[in-house]
Design a protein around this ligand. Structure first.
Ligand code: 5AD
Ligand code: SF4
Length: 451
């Protein structure tokens, strides 16, 4: 979601005549989009902003800004410790960043023309108000040449109150975009060559529940999926992240009659213990989570399921943790993101007794990761020898001479081939080996294209 929000800001700067630099040394404006979900992410953003302050010495006009969740939750306070900071813009104001930064930059450039020795102080614009309709502002793209896949933000905010989570504070109430706007965005992407879209929302399956009606027993989200499915040229549809709440039969059935829906869901479980789920204020029992996974696997037998799990939540006993481990083994996730619980400001869990020491969180993290990795490796090894349809995303990040793409199950495959001819294409790739987390294969060329 942050990546998508950053794309929107970059698009507005590009429209305004700026270019995105590859290197921060070349930039006239440096914006850091921040995440607040865990303390570690905030510390990283603060550290990075501190270090980047040195560019002012060489280029006094550089504008510095924080955007996103940490900007939203800390607001003005950020200016106190970071003297070079100019702009703090919250999660409902991404569309305003360009105006703020451009104005400062233009005025600095004008002033510098008069006096080259001017030292610019932080400008201190802080805009973290709520803004009606801000969900409709994340809609523009600058697709790269041959871009295969794109994110589409379909809603903002979250109405849940998970006791550990800062998101309802930083992102506000749930607000969906109109279906017609989303469809025209997807058509625009398709026209530029995009073949796969990932629909984004905090609880994506609850899309539109407060704004739009059910039709024939189908939720607004399923209606949206059906309509995106009809767009010719879009070959794959993904969405992230769904929540057990409101995960009903209509969405399960959609996987049987919408073949473009990719065979993967990222479905956060958080804990395998009912006692902890209750303390987390997650409104479902472990049994219900398992039931949805099983129904989904019946609807789509090759479905890969990945998840998020928090270890070391306040009061988590060894038994609670083992319930989680057992559930991971039972459901055989394709992969899990394991997070050590992080105390967040103004959340109920931060005030709970029985906060666990970091050492216990770390031990549980390691133990769970061992189980998760074994499962992921086994799942990947089982694909060796099969042929998978892979959407080629272009040169691989780790080895430029090879290409990389993803299977319908969202597994990364590395293979040799021509970037010009293959990027953005769906290819059949024979999987030949697996290093555990990455698959390697060879394109299966049909006799015509082989010449
Ligand atoms: N501590 C640790 N992990 C958290 N997450 C959300 N809040 C916290 C927190 N306070 C995790 C959840 C969520 C993912 C995006 O981040 O697992 O699904
Ligand atoms: Fe946070 Fe819970 Fe909302 Fe997810 S569902 S964003 S974990 S409050």
């Amino acid at each position: 979601m942050n990546q998508r929000d950053s794309e929107q800001v970059a698009q507005m700067f590009t429209d305004g005549g700026y270019t995105v630099t590859q290197d921060e040394f070349d930039a006239d404006a440096i914006l850091v989009n921040t995440c607040s979900v865990r303390d570690q992410a905030e510390q990283k953003a603060l550290g990075k902003m501190g270090i980047m302050g040195r560019h002012r010495q060489r280029k006094p006009h550089v504008v510095y800004g924080f955007m996103g969740c940490m900007a939203q939750s800390r607001g003005e306070e950020l200016f106190k410790n970071i003297p070079h900071l100019d702009v703090v813009v919250g999660t409902q104001k991404y569309h305003k960043v360009f105006r703020y930064v451009d104005d400062i930059l233009q005025s600095r450039i004008e002033r510098r023309m008069d006096d080259l020795s001017t030292v610019f102080k932080g400008h201190e614009i802080c805009d973290i108000e709520e803004e009606e309709d801000s969900q409709n502002t994340i809609k523009d793209h600058i697709p790269k040449d041959y871009q295969a896949s794109a994110f589409v933000s379909i809603m903002q905010g979250c109405n849940m109150k998970c006791s550990y989570c800062i998101v309802p504070d930083t992102r506000g109430r749930e607000r969906g975009r109109p279906i017609s706007d989303i469809l025209s965005e997807v058509r625009g992407l398709r026209d530029k060559g995009v073949r796969e879209v990932t629909l984004l929302g905090q609880i994506v399956n609850l899309y539109g529940r407060t704004e739009f009606e059910k039709v024939d027993g189908k939720s607004p989200f399923v209606q949206l999926l059906e309509q995106v499915h009809e767009i010719e040229g879009i070959e794959r549809i993904r969405f992230t992240s769904p929540h057990p709440i409101g995960y009903r039969q209509d969405l399960i059935d959609a996987f049987t009659y919408l073949p473009k829906l990719a065979s993967h869901i990222h479905f956060p479980m958080q804990s395998g213990s009912d006692r902890i789920l209750k303390l987390m204020r997650r409104p479902y029992k472990n049994e219900r989570f398992i039931e949805i996974c099983e129904k989904m696997k019946t609807a789509r037998p090759d479905l890969a399921i990945t998840t998020d799990i928090i270890v070391g939540f306040p009061g988590e006993t060894e038994q609670d943790f083992q319930d989680t481990v057992n559930c991971v083994k039972q459901l055989e996730f394709d992969n899990c993101f394991v997070f050590r619980y992080s105390q967040r400001k103004d959340t109920p869990a931060a005030e709970m007794e029985l906060q666990l020491p970091e050492s216990v969180k770390e031990e549980r993290n390691q133990e769970l990761l061992t189980v998760v990795n074994q499962l992921a490796i086994a799942k990947n090894n089982a694909l060796v020898g099969t042929t998978q349809q892979v959407l080629c995303e272009g040169p691989s990040k780790t080895k430029q001479s090879t290409l990389s793409g993803r299977t319908s199950q969202n597994k990364i495959v590395i293979f040799e081939g021509s970037p010009e001819r293959m990027t953005g294409q769906l290819l059949d790739i024979k999987i030949e080996s697996s290093t555990g987390f990455t698959l390697y294969g060879t394109p299966v060329l049909d006799p015509v294209s082989a010449h």
